[in-house]
Design a binder for this molecule. Structure first.
Ligand code: FES
Ligand SMILES: [Fe+2]
Length: 435
């Protein structure tokens, strides 16, 4: 029998969550239908589809979709399904369809907005019900799509919160990333690093806010960097990779003092006060370009803000410096695709883009010196959780009953409130349309 609303709510307690959230395929199927369909998820970036007819194929809530640039320069998100018998209109991950979509099966065609264009030997449909059926209406477009500063989001289900009320103040993380471009324009560049990890998507997302693990889990990487760097004068400029790896070993106190903030609906910002990115070398030429665009005061404000991770729950994590995002794409209960994207800021010197690429390669890519620690842990935990006598994952650190009121709240950087906040939002949206 399928779990009821109450069964699901019982899996998320105030200070712990049940292991089924990571292990159960049945729960994953329900997540696709309820949780992911009811939340706003990241689709792609406008710079991926510069010209009319350009598309990117994605899957959200288990549904195949296409982000398509329109002739009027707007962006639509269409069902990637021929209205005839279900063939996807695009089978490549991205590309250009030209002026229209043409199904490879029986050659039905569609305009770029998904509406029907032509059907071969169409007199066979005269007098039939085709026009009144969904099969005669074209591919169908999602009604809930928002392009926020070139970041495209969609919600599959109708109803529920609109884009602004869903994300609220966490949109400041995207603002800070975009404002770091002197022209206000970013471009996805250098390829997207993809890593399929055999773990539940929530474990990855939870780890993004886990500041207690680097000291132990990433000890070998930081120890090696420390050995290489020891004895250098304090003012010696660090090579980029050294600058990026050394702070991982900064210690519990550093991570605690960086501070965290939770927002309604599972969103968060880690590193409210400072972060492992705050000590990156200044680039005078870049700062001059920003000052020319925004003025000195605004430039200082933009650069001073350098959070570790801002989570736009449940699919996007933003690092405004070093201009990188991670996209979380769930595939199954125990399989998640993680994408690491680099951005080039228009009008900024190459070194900024190099910083973004270097960070992704060093820390997030499958061959990185950091991610392999995490991947090993995540995949092992999926097995460890199957042990008997304890079906719960602890989230007790710094629990405070007052936090149950919800809302925006600031805490120390090692608090597990940022994780509890995600699971509470999960329970809320998972059950939003359940009887
Ligand atoms: S399935 Fe597309 S034209 Fe038949
Ligand atoms: Fe890690």
């Amino acid at each position: 029998m399928a779990p009821t609303r109450n069964d699901i709510l019982a899996l998320v307690q105030e200070d712990r969550v049940h292991r089924d959230l990571y292990l159960s395929e049945e729960l994953f199927r329900l997540e696709q239908r309820h949780f992911f369909a009811n939340t706003w998820n990241f689709v792609g970036h406008a710079s991926q589809v510069p010209n009319p007819g350009d598309y990117v194929a994605v899957e959200i809530a288990g549904q195949p979709l296409l982000m398509v640039r329109q002739p009027d320069a707007s962006i639509r998100v269409l069902n990637n399904r021929c209205a005839h018998k279900g063939m996807p209109l695009a089978t490549d991950a991205c590309g250009s369809t030209g002026k229209f979509f043409r199904c490879p099966y029986h050659a039905w065609t569609y305009k770029l907005d998904g509406s029907p264009l032509a059907i071969p030997i169409k007199n066979g449909y005269e007098g039939t019900r085709l026009k009144e059926c969904a099969s005669g209406q074209g591919m169908g477009a999602l009604a809930n799509v928002e392009v926020y500063r070139d970041f495209v989001f969609a919600k599959v289900n109708e109803g529920g919160p609109d884009f602004r009320s869903y994300f609220g103040d966490v949109l400041g993380a995207i603002d800070n990333l975009v404002d770091r471009s002197p022209t206000g324009k970013l471009k996805v560049e250098g390829g997207i690093l993809r890593n399929v990890i055999h773990c539940n998507w929530k474990m990855y997302l939870e780890n993004i806010n886990d500041t207690v693990h680097p000291q132990s889990a990433h000890e070998s990487a930081t120890a090696a960097a420390n050995i290489l760097w020891q004895g250098k004068p304090v003012d010696e400029p660090k090579p980029m990779a050294m600058e990026q790896i050394l702070p991982f070993g900064a210690g519990y106190d550093f991570f605690d003092r960086m501070g965290g903030r939770v927002y309604p609906n599972g969103h968060s910002m880690l590193g409210v006060n400072f972060s492992i990115h705050s000590g990156y070398a200044q680039v005078p030429e870049y700062e001059a370009a920003l000052v020319a665009a925004h003025g000195a005061e605004r430039t200082a404000e933009i650069l001073q803000r350098s959070p570790q991770n801002s989570v736009c729950f449940p699919s996007l994590s933003v690092k405004s410096s070093p201009q990188a995002i991670r996209v979380i794409r769930p595939l199954a209960a125990e399989r998640t695709l993680i994408e690491a994207w680099s951005f080039r800021a228009e009008g900024a010197p190459d070194v900024l883009f190099e910083r973004s690429m270097t960070y992704n390669r060093l820390v997030f890519s499958p061959m990185s010196v950091v991610a392999h620690d995490d991947v090993h842990l995540f995949e092992s935990i999926q097995e460890g959780l199957k042990a008997g006598r304890n079906e719960w994952i602890s989230l007790h650190r710094d629990f405070d009953p007052a936090e149950l009121e919800g809302g925006t709240r600031e805490v120390n950087g090692t608090s597990e409130l940022l994780m509890r906040n995600q699971f509470r939002a999960w329970a809320q949206y998972m059950t939003a349309d359940m009887a």
